[in-house]
Design a protein around this ligand. Sequence first.
Ligand code: LMR
Length: 397
Amino acid sequence: MFEALNPLPQDPILAMMASYQQDSHPQKLDLGIGVYKDDQGHTPIMQAVQLAEKALIETEITKSYTAPAGSPKYNQLVAELVFGAEHKVLRDQRVISAQTPGGCGALRMGAEFLKGCSSDSRVWVSSPTWANHIPLLGGAGLAIAEYPYYDYSDKTIQFDAMLAALETAAAGDFVLLHGCCHNPSGADLNKEQWLAVAELIERKGLIPFIDMAYQGLGSGLDQDAYGVRMMAERMPEMLVATSCSKNFGLYRERTGTLFIIGNTAEQTQVAGSQLFSRIRSHYSMPPSHGAAIVETILADTALTKQWEEELASMRQRIQTLRQSLVKKISASSIANDFSFIEQQFGMFSFLGISPVQVAQLRTQYSIYMIDSSRMNVAGLNDQSMDYFVAALEEVIR
Ligand code: LMR
C-alpha cells in the first residue's frame, strides 16, 4: 500500500534548519528558524529556567498522568500572564485554559474545537502568515480565507485592504490575528488599528482567534498583550493560543496554552468539555516538564523577577540589533532604504530581497533565511553583522 504514496515537501522553515546544520562554512549564519540567539550565537537555557529545573528535580515526586487540560496551576498562572491577573474574563470565570504541546498544539486544538462549533465557517488568516498556520488550521478541516496584511513595496500594513477583506467575511467566520511580533513580517497593528479590527469583528459577528507566540519579545509583556486583553474585554467569544517556546526559551519542551473565552461561565464550561474531549482523542494529555518549569517560575516571585529581567534583556538585544543593522546598512554602499527594520517588532522582518538574492546569500556566503526573505534578526550578533552587510552589498549590487 505504501508504494502508492507520493513524497511530501518538507516544511520550508524546518528544511532550512536542516541544511544550515549540514553546512560546514566557518562563518555560516542562521537567520532562518525563529529561535533567539545570544552574542555568541547560542540559544541559551535561561537561568530562571535552569533554577526552576533544579528545584523540580529535588521536589517532583511523581510522573503519573495529569489530565487533558494539563496542570491547573500552570493554566491559572499563564492566564494571569496573558490577560493580566485582574482581567474581567478571569474574574467572571469566562476562560477555560488548556496546557498544550507548544503553540502548535494550541493552534491545532483550537482549530479542532472551532471546526466542531461550525463546520461551514472559514478561518481568515493574514497574507502572509507563518508557514505552519495553514497546515495547522486547514488540517483540522477549516476552510482558509486570506486577508491582505503586509505591503511588500512600502513595508507597512495594508490596513484598508485588510479591513475591506474582513468586511466580506460571513457572521460566524473566524479571524486569526497575531497578538504581537507578526510572523513573518514584524509589522504589528497599532492600538488604533486593533480597535478598528475589534469594531469590525464585533459588528460582523466574527470570532477572533489570536496567536500570541512572542509575548515579551516585542515591546514588553503587558504592551505585547494589548490586543489580546482589549479584545477579551469586548468579545463574547474568542480563542487565544500562546507559546512558551520563545519567551521562556522552552522550544523543545513543547509548552503552550489554549484559552477559550465563552459568553457566560456556563457556556465556557461546556466549551471546555468539548475541548478536553478532543484533546483526549488526539494526544490524551500534554507533556509535563516544560509546563512544570513555567509553573515553578511564575509561582515564585524571585524567579519571576529573574525571568522578566532575562526576557527584557533579550528583547532589548533584538531592538539594538535592529538599530545596528539599519545603521550598518546605511553606512554601506547599499542605496535601498532599510529603516523599516527599526520600526518592526520581534524576531522577524522581510529584508525585501528577491528569492534569487536569498539563494545567493545561501550558496555563496552560507547565510540562511527563508526564501520569502524573512530573516530572524535575533540570529545576528556584533561579529556576524559586518559579514552579513558585506554579503548583502554583494548580492544587491
Ligand atoms: C518560526 O517561525 O521560525 C518558528 O515559529 C519556528 C517554527 O516552528 O516554524
